[in-house]
Design a protein around this ligand. Structure first.
Ligand SMILES: Cc1ncc(COP(=O)(O)O)c(C=O)c1O
Length: 406
């Protein structure tokens, strides 16, 4: 790898316009970004905006804290890949001690598996002949993949396809605990487990109990109560199944908001949090054990923008709007460092910044960095994550499962 100075000395006809901080022609910066050959060469200032930035120090803190905490409580962790959709991140989590990665959908799981990620749990059911055929193919590539079912017809279809392909599918029963998918805990789930005993190409091992309605309950005590009540039904269901002589070795669930609650509940063997990697405005608002701001994990993910217009002294327009941030929450992005700068959506491509008296107003060409309202759908808007160590760009990770929602 040649140094910046060396590059300049050897480049014959460098164009007059050079990258902002470094000394590379912009055409070369483009190639570096395309190749991912950025370490030691580019800084944040060199990046085209809007860009998705990851603060690696904060990210690594989050990984180590969550994995260390959950494992320290004697539970496994299989972080949810729906948050990052990035095989590089899934692999780093496994290196850090995770047993695998969850994937929200089959196509997300396929991308992870193609990139060498193993220990995948597909957290939603795979329904219909085409997808079941793909699930069987995925199981051939990554035999330890686990698939969720919540209904006997679907389980029977999965069994038949698996039998025809001479593979065994690992199965989790998904419980209806959050008003979304799943089978009712208790007797209905036990009956499904019993019925699956007759399906010889399925290997039932796990109960999934994801209580998404618990994860954002405001205030630690209220969240603690809520999650304990919901998860108790899952623990009981697992016990009922085991009492029937059917071995159910794993109970997986939990989230960033309940990691320090669910790890206190006997019978939960595995956690599947996702947002802790990045955090967002939504999670910061739920309140932690020590106050109204939930700061157990650091805000590592931001969107980096440029002021492109200054229509009045009080108003600056940045180049990130509805296409740069998720818009599913009733609150806007938050400036990373300046409390006195307020963002409001200004259409597809733009955001409007206004300034409190205490804040330094920004001008055309200035940069502004924002914590995102909700991390999962925001990441899904980007092809790349620019990973920074301080101001230096250290790596570019592809959001390879972006758009994989099939
Ligand atoms: C099934 C499932 N498990 C785990 C998670 C992770 O939750 P969080 O990102 O709140 O940690 C999600 C997130 O939506 C999920 O859908």
């Amino acid at each position: 790898m040649q140094s910046r100075r060396r590059f300049l000395a050897t480049s014959v006809a460098a164009p007059a316009v050079l990258a902002a901080k470094g000394s590379y022609p912009w055409a070369e910066v483009e190639k570096m970004i395309a190749r991912g050959d950025v370490k030691g060469k580019l800084t944040r200032q060199d990046l085209p905006t809007p860009a998705l930035l990851l603060d690696l120090d904060a990210f690594e803190f989050n990984v180590n804290k969550m994995v260390g905490y959950v494992k320290g409580k004697g539970r496994a962790i299989r972080p949810h890949g729906k948050t990052h959709k990035c095989p590089e991140i899934a692999k780093r989590l496994i290196q850090a001690g995770a047993v695998g990665a969850c994937a929200a959908k089959l196509s997300e799981a396929e991308v992870f598996a193609q990139h060498g990620v193993r220990g995948i749990l597909v957290t939603t059911a795979v329904v219909g002949p085409y997808k079941i055929e793909r699930a069987v193919r995925l199981a051939k590539l990554a035999p330890d993949t686990i698939f969720c079912v919540d209904n006997i017809k679907n389980a029977t279809d999965m069994n038949e396809a698996a039998k025809a392909a001479k593979v065994k599918l690992n199965i989790a029963i998904d419980l209806f605990v959050s008003g979304r998918t799943g089978i009712t805990p208790g007797e209905p789930a036990v009956r499904l487990a019993e019925a699956m005993q007759g399906l010889s190409s399925l290997k039932f091992t796990t109960i999934q109990s994801y209580a998404g309605n618990a994860s954002h309950v405001m205030g630690f005590e209220a969240r603690n109560k809520f999650s304990r009540e919901v998860m108790a039904r899952a623990v009981e269901t697992r016990q009922m199944i085991n009492k029937k002589g059917i071995e159910c070795t794993h109970l997986t669930g939990g989230s960033t908001g309940t990691y320090n609650i669910d790890t206190e509940i006997d019978g939960i063997t595995e956690l599947q949090p996702g947002s802790f990697l990045f955090m967002d405005v939504d999670y910061n608002r739920i309140g932690g054990k020590d106050g109204a701001f939930y700061g157990d994990f650091k805000n590592s993910l931001t969107v980096y923008t440029t002021v492109v217009s200054k229509p009045t002294d009080e108003l600056a327009i940045v180049d990130g709007g509805l296409k740069a941030f998720s818009t599913d929450k009733p609150f806007p992005p938050r400036h990373k460092t300046e409390e006195g700068i307020t963002y409001a959506f200004g259409g597809d491509e733009h955001g409007k910044l206004t300034f409190a008296k205490s804040a330094k107003a920004l001008n055309v060409g200035d940069k502004a960095e924002f914590v995102i309202p909700h991390c999962d759908p925001s990441v899904n808007l980007y092809d790349k994550i620019f990973c920074l160590r301080g101001d230096n760009v250290e790596a570019i990770w592809r959001v390879a499962a972006r758009g994989m929602s099939q």
